[in-house]
Ligand binder design. Sequence first.
Ligand code: VGL
Ligand code: ZN
Length: 369
Amino acid sequence: MCTTVYLRTRPGMADFEDDEINENCCDYVWFDDNTIEETTQMDACFTAFDKDGDGFLNLKEFTCLCRALFRNDKGKIYTVEPKRINDMFQVFDKNQDGYVDRQEFQFCWNNWIKKIVRPVSVFLIVDVQNDFISGSLNLSHCSARQDGGEVIEPINKLLSTVEFHTVFYSLDWHPTDHVSFIDNLPMRKLHSSSKVSAEEAKMYDTVIFEGPPLMKQRLWPRHCVQDSWGAELHKDLKIVENSIKIYKGTYPDVDSYSVFWDNKKLTETTLVSELQNKNATDIYVCGLAYDVCVGATAIDALTSGYRTILIDDCSRGVDLKDIEKTKQTVIADNGVIVESSQVKAMVEGRDRRPELGYKLAMELKANSA
Ligand code: VGL
Ligand code: ZN
């Protein structure tokens, strides 16, 4: 797909008052024409939003640009708090003179606008393995009583309808002597600060191992043992061509909820370099378990600076309160929670969320400081 996009305003809107920053202020145009030079497009975009033609974008004109940028495929304009617009404006007004000039706009165009209208989106399907669906860590036996198998159909639908740049499947992949298995408790010493003793420890309790290093650990039934049936991806899950499998939790002494790093952040998985190689901008995360591995992965994606989208109806979890906490943490770091029906338009750059634009702007600021 090689459609070209540029943003412009309606003609005849040279002057406008505050109350004209409204629904009619900006429009956007899609060109299915990739013969237009990119610098021409960039210049056209700048000129279109420089409504007073003074060669600078002021805050008002930038507000208008945001209204053109942050809308969905149905033309709905997302409201963005003035404070947030101002925060973003400050990022692009590098010399802080109150205007974004053409040179500053070049940075804005290359690092922000282009990524918002043409994101590089990857799909990260977390741990859709037999043990979490009908095996030893069957989620329907956990407190939220959710059915992990229900994620398969919506995930398969996304895989067959949305063109992701790359699809990753993670697998929880434990050795038999893994630290998270409750029946392995006698293999390691607990620290004196552990509130729960080895004798009284029950499934899902959290204990503290002596290490070194000292390590908090939740206890699970034996699950996802390497090469066992329970560790296999569910047979109905569609595996697409050229996708990449990521194995985690492979060391005996440390657990790994996130697909990025182990829980101690000692070693990163191959996902980290794969994402860099592919210049990924956006990560869509879903799978099992919502409040454990999916949550930890989404949070690490955000911490790593990626625009992160958690797909609610493609995820099932252990505990309702923890699922709610996961959502709040994702939202607090400018990630978004969506339904799978919204994904295609987002991947194709037709539904552009302000939270993700804000996230990217804040990352650009952090990286230039
Ligand atoms: C998971 C518990 C233990 C997960 C992995 O994939 O969410 N949960 N190990
Ligand atoms: Zn595990």
